[in-house]
Design a binder for this molecule. Structure first.
Ligand code: CP
Length: 305
């Protein structure tokens, strides 16, 4: 039995296989409509979500399977004090696979130790979000055609942004990748991510506080929301929340084939005027999430079309 807690649980070859299956699903959805017949996915979401939970549910329904679960901790018995390990031990008797989001870093790992079925980390605190990374990789595959020789800028909340941490880990395995880290000092990339995935691997990178200074050299600009829910101090959030706003004017300075990605939800960090720019890939990115999650569910359940 295999869980997905960290994107590095999957080899580069396995990611290539998932992308190939996702592409076949996009081309031939009817082939997959009974792949998970009689299988059940549980979505245990202790934190809010639109894309991740609904794309997981849509993925399982499109595979002919069933879904159950909860979308907030307050409607589960965790509100009465039940532990994650007890919750998962029980739910793994009702479902064949579990996707779990939790505000505490490491909660999906604890869950995997008490589960009889695969656990998928659907986001754990400010730590990792591996299925967003699979979504991001499928997007990059479609938009750029390769993962190699790309200069990727990450802008905004690099401290708490779990999608950034996972995508840096994934992209650090491809040749010729360079990173540009754009954030205020208070929201810099955590040292453990920078050392393990960038410095120890000898990957070229630079840091900047000013988006306009570096936007012209990027192949991908990955914008992020300042993660209000992770701040201890509301005043600090309010001071930092609008540090970066990508506008149509700033897009004038970018390469003609740069793409803008964002895991969404967006708050104010990308002007809606950018949405009509063909380089704005974030709504296409959200759609890819369903197909790569279909491929992942099939892989972890060991089923074929
Ligand atoms: N990208 C992402 O995780 O979005 P949700 O919080 O809506 O699931």
């Amino acid at each position: 039995m295999r869980s997905l807690l960290n994107i590095l649980d999957l080899s580069v070859e396995e990611i290539d296989e998932l992308i190939a299956v996702a592409n076949d699903i996009i081309a031939n959805p009817e082939r997959y409509q009974e792949a998970c017949k009689h299988k059940t996915l549980a979505t245990l979401f202790f934190e809010p979500s639109t894309r991740t939970r609904l794309s997981f549910e849509s993925a399982m329904l499109s595979l002919g399977g069933n879904v159950l679960g909860f979308s907030e901790a307050s409607s589960s018995s965790s509100a009465k004090g039940e532990s994650v390990s007890d919750t998962v031990a029980v739910v793994s008797g009702y479902a064949d696979i579990i996707a779990m989001r939790h505000p505490k870093e490491g909660a999906p790992l604890v869950a995997s130790m008490h589960s009889e079925v695969p656990i998928i980390n659907a986001g754990d605190g400010g730590h990792y979000h591996p299925t967003q990374t699979l979504t991001d990789l499928l997007t990059i595959y479609h938009e750029k055609g390769s993962f190699e020789n790309l200069t990727v800028g990450f802008c905004g909340d690099l401290k708490f942004g779990r999608t950034v941490h996972s995508l840096i880990g994934a992209m650090s395995r491809y040749n010729g990748v360079k990173f540009v880290l754009i954030s205020p000092d208070e929201l810099k990339l955590p040292t453990f991510i920078k050392e393990e995935f960038i410095e120890d691997k000898g990957i070229e990178y630079e840091q900047s506080r000013i988006l306009e200074d570096v936007i012209g050299k990027l192949d991908i600009l990955y914008m992020t929301r300042v993660q209000r829910e992770r701040f201890f101090n509301e005043e600090e959030y309010l001071r930092l929340k609008n540090t970066y706003v990508l506008t149509a004017d700033k897009m004038e300075e970018a390469k003609r084939d740069m793409i803008v990605m964002h895991p969404l939800p967006r708050v104010n960090e990308i002007s809606t005027a950018v949405d009509s720019d063909p380089r704005a890939a974030y709504f296409r990115q959200a759609r890819y999430g369903k197909f790569i999650r279909m491929a992942l569910i099939m892989k972890l359940l060991g089923v074929k079309a």
